[in-house]
Every structure is written in structure tokens, then in C-alpha cells.
Design a protein around this ligand. Structure first.
Ligand SMILES: Nc1ncnc2c1ncn2[C@@H]1O[C@H](COP(=O)(O)OP(=O)(O)OP(=O)(O)O)[C@@H](O)[C@H]1O
Ligand SMILES: [Mg+2]
Length: 321
């Protein structure tokens, strides 16, 4: 399959419109990684713009081409330990059958890795206790061990790691990503990492790591913008299962600036208001530009509220931990 070909793996029951160019870019990265030229693609954009959805699509394609796809997701509550995403990835990989000979997987660095994946200690109870991870040397050992492990694993089966919501990641996790990015150029490893660019302000851990991360030659960035009007219209048709009046589609596209999450929310709102019928599209009155007259940036609080509701639904539907 070439990078231009359409996805063979459409998840049933979920709609997806547009994003051909963006998926094309991700496919090029996947193509390269499968051929032994690994890299990192940072997918940036505002909340709800479709970063996770796009990563998910790419993940499905990668899986259908034989790669192993592992997600490292954020933990929404307090108290997630450092390296949480990486721990999820290593754990999932070990559970998927890797590591018959655990001790040799991470070599002398196994005790360091066990600090972020404590189950290793259950399986290897005689592991020595290493120095705390905050020492520079211990951190280097840990980064080197995980990087070597992932590169070796990808020699057996190509690996696609999806690190979601990097704007919530702890700094050590980001430093590990940068370390990996430096070392992965000749591997069959692709990392797709999503983050909300609007949340990366000065002093934020990601703001500190991003400049040097982006300088790595293996790293590229894909900025997601709003869907164009024709895609918003296609999304409305797919959501409603019927055609949608042109003026309404245009108004929704304008109001949402093509943010797919917001398009979904507005459709829900318009059904509640009786502008759209529950079954298909029924024009019960002249379609109006959706309710609020203010620009959408002024309404970020309710937007954020409904976002978390949708995020919760999405997590359960994807079976995230
Ligand atoms: N191209 C698309 N076509 C149809 N629906 C889409 C598309 N992209 C995203 N969506 C839908 O829009 C919603 C928001 O998308 P998604 O969760 O990927 O946003 P996000 O950028 O990851 O947001 P956040 O920063 O909050 O994680 C989801 O319900 C998703 O299914
Ligand atoms: Mg997301």
C-alpha cells in the first residue's frame, strides 16, 4: 500500500470526514517507519479538533498492516505517577506476549524499569533496588533501557506508539520522548503524539521540551485546523443520515470554525431546540445560526464542560484505562 491509498480499516459505526491531507502525512510517516526509518509525528491543535480521532485512524491502518499499536493515555484524576504513559505502553507490550525472558529484555537496567512498571518486580522478585530515578545517571539508564527495548521490539514487529494528550504529561515523560526521538531514526518505530497547542503556555513542561524536541531530525509536526465547510457539511449529513439545508451547514461551519467536537455539540443542541428533528433532518423553522451570538472563544467554559462529558464517553467506548 502506498501512502496515498485510503484506509482499509474503517471502524464501524463511527463517522470520519475529510482529513485526507493530514492522514496522508501520517501515512508517509508510517510508511517510512515500516521501512526502518522511524520517527515522531506531533499532532497539535485546539481541544476537539480531532487529534485523537486522527491518531486512532492511523493506528487502525498501522494495525491492519501488521504493526503493533500501543496507546499511552493521560490519567484525568490526580496522582498519576511519573512516566505513566510509558508504563502503560511497556505493560501492554509485555501483556501482549513479549518478554518470555524478562530479565534479558532490559538487561542491567531492569531494576530501573521496574520503578515505573512495578509488575516487573512481581515477576522478578530478586531484582536489586536501584537508586532513585531523580538522579541523572539513573534517568539515563532508564531512558536507554526503554529506548533499546522498544527498538528491539520493533525489529520483531513494527511498533506504533500513540501518546495522547502530551500537554498533560509530566516532564520526565517528555524527556524520555526526546531521548527516544534521538535514537529511533533507524528503527521500525513510529510515535504519534497529540497535544493541545493552546494549552502550552510559558513554564508548561511541554513548552520547555518542545523546542528541542522539534529540532530532532526524526520529529515533525502536524497542525490540525478546523474542517473546511464541505467537510462540516459531510459530517452533518453523516450525523443526521440525511441531507442538511445549505444555509444551516454554512452557519454551523462558520460558528464552529470547523471544530468537529463543536459540530457534534451544536447538532445535539439543535435537536433539543427542534431545529433538527430526532430522525433525519426536519426543518421545523428557518435555520438560524446556532444559538449563541458571541464568538466561540468567549464560550470556552461550557465548551470545555461538554468536552469533558464527551471525553468520558469516548474513553469508555475505546476501553481506555
Ligand atoms: N474528521 C472527523 N470526522 C468526524 N468526526 C470527527 C472527526 N474528527 C474528530 N471527530 C469527532 O470529534 C470529536 C472530537 O475529536 P477528538 O476527540 O479526536 O478531538 P481532540 O483534538 O483529541 O480533543 P482533545 O484535545 O480534547 O483531546 C470526537 O467525538 C470525534 O469522534
Ligand atoms: Mg484527544
Amino acid at each position: 500500500m502506498t501512502p496515498e491509498e485510503p484506509s482499509p480499516a474503517e471502524p464501524p459505526g463511527r463517522i470520519f470526514v475529510g482529513r485526507k491531507l493530514e492522514l496522508g502525512e501520517l501515512r508517509v510517516g508510517l510508511h517510512r517507519a515500516l521501512a526502518g526509518r522511524g520517527g515522531v509525528i506531533l499532532v497539535a491543535g485546539e481541544p476537539g479538533i480531532g487529534k485523537s480521532e486522527l491518531a486512532d485512524r492511523l493506528g487502525n491502518e498501522a494495525a491492519s498492516r501488521g504493526a503493533e499499536v500501543l496507546w499511552g493515555r493521560s490519567w484525568e484524576g490526580e496522582g498519576a505517577p511519573p512516566y505513566w504513559r510509558w508504563a502503560q505502553i511497556i505493560r501492554a507490550h509485555l501483556e501482549a506476549g513479549a518478554g518470555a525472558d524478562l530479565a534479558s529484555l532490559f538487561g542491567v537496567a531492569t531494576p530501573y524499569v521496574a520503578q515505573i512498571v512495578p509488575e516487573l518486580r512481581d515477576r522478578l522478585p530478586d531484582l536489586p533496588v536501584p537508586p532513585p530515578l531523580d538522579s541523572e545517571q539513573a534517568r539515563f539508564r532508564l531512558f536507554d533501557a526503554i529506548t533499546t527495548y522498544l527498538k528491539r521490539a520493533a525489529e520483531i514487529r513494527s511498533l506504533v506508539l500513540i501518546l495522547d494528550d502530551l500537554h498533560w504529561a509530566d516532564k520526565p515523560s517528555l524527556l524520555l520522548l526526546r531521548f527516544l526521538a534521538r535514537e529511533m531514526g533507524a528503527s521500525r518505530l513510529l510515535v504519534v503524539a497529540t497535544y493541545r497547542d493552546v494549552e502550552v503556555s510559558r513554564g508548561h513542561p511541554l513548552a520547555e521540551v518542545l523546542p528541542s524536541l522539534r529540532q530532532e531530525r526524526t520529529v515533525e509536526r502536524l497542525l490540525l485546523r478546523g474542517l473546511p465547510e464541505e467537510d462540516v457539511r459531510a459530517m452533518l449529513v453523516a450525523l443526521r443520515g440525511e441531507n442538511v439545508p445549505e444555509t444551516l451547514a454554512r452557519a454551523i461551519s462558520h460558528e464552529t470554525e470547523g471544530n468537529p467536537f463543536f459540530v457534534q455539540e451544536i447538532v445535539r443542541h439543535l435537536v433539543d431546540e427542534g431545529v433538527l428533528g430526532g430522525e433525519g433532518v426536519q426543518r421545523t423553522r428557518d435555520p438560524q445560526p446556532p444559538a449563541s451570538p458571541q464568538p466561540r472563544r468567549d464560550r470556552c467554559t461550557p465548551f470545555e464542560r461538554s468536552r469533558s462529558r464527551a471525553a468520558a464517553g469516548r474513553r469508555s467506548s475505546r476501553g481506555a484505562s
